[in-house]
Design a protein. Structure first.
Length: 255
């Protein structure tokens, strides 16, 4: 009798594939629109096609289109306007967008006050140097007016508000949008961490006004070295006072 053939079982493949990350359709659409906005293909103020038209043009669902537009809105790249004449309008990021993002990072990561002070000591003196180089007459008027507000502040809240605005105004006077955005985010975070009447008293307020007056004088005279040096001393002295105040509070808590 002929031998029966034995069928061998199929061999198991040894090939291994890695998991594939497939992007969401809304992310793909948002990426495409973002690139067109940032490259200048869609100028600022341009109205994007209505949702219904975007659905037709992209062959994506209305939900996907809406989600993509929300992503761009959160990123500050489109402004959504409701109503009959509404829609999605292109806008370019500015220092406010940057300040908001950095502010969220500071709060979300719970960045320590010491890190904020170190960053400020690194940035603000150079910002003052640029302000002395690039300032306008309007910048000087703003700085002087804010310093007068600080001098006439009758409570802690008014002092802090004017002080924050003064330091941000120095950044504006530098006419460097990156520095301006960073300091716009840093200043409120630093002052909110030191909103304490035991720390900021009449003496601190008076010293602040005198330091600001000296810095404004250097900026007015366009003396870059003096502006940088005086700002460095001002923010360093403030940082030292903050650290000493925190140390005293910690000692009191432990005792």
């Amino acid at each position: 009798m002929p031998k029966k053939s034995i069928t061998e079982p199929p061999r198991r493949s040894t090939i291994q594939l890695s998991p594939m990350a497939v992007p969401k359709a809304s992310d793909v659409l948002a990426d495409d629109l973002r690139e067109k906005i940032l490259s200048g293909e869609f100028p600022e103020g341009t109205a994007l096609p209505p949702e219904r038209e975007l659905v037709v043009q992209t062959s994506m669902s209305r939900t996907t289109v809406r989600e993509a537009l929300r992503i761009l809105e959160v990123q500050g790249l489109v402004r959504i306007k409701a109503g009959r004449s509404g829609g999605a309008f292109v806008q370019h990021p500015d220092e406010n967008s940057m300040a908001a993002s950095v502010g969220l990072l500071i709060r979300g990561r719970q960045i320590r006050i010491d890190n904020l002070l170190e960053t400020r000591e690194g940035l603000e003196p150079f910002t003052a140097r640029l302000a002395a180089r690039n300032r306008t007459d309007d910048d000087l008027t703003t700085l002087q007016a804010l310093n007068e507000e600080i001098a006439s502040a009758t409570d802690l809240a008014a002092f802090l508000a004017a002080n924050v605005e003064w330091h941000v105004a120095i950044a504006h006077a530098s006419h460097n949008e990156l520095l301006s955005g960073l300091l716009k985010a840093l200043a409120p975070a630093i002052y909110s961490a030191t909103e304490n009447e035991d720390f900021i008293n009449d003496e601190v307020m008076a010293l602040t006004v005198r330091a600001h007056t000296s810095i404004i004088r250097a900026i007015r005279d366009q003396d870059e070295a003096a502006a940088e040096r005086r700002m460095a001393r001002h923010v360093h002295d403030y940082a030292v006072d903050v650290r000493e105040h925190e140390h005293r509070e910690q000692v009191e808590i432990e005792s």
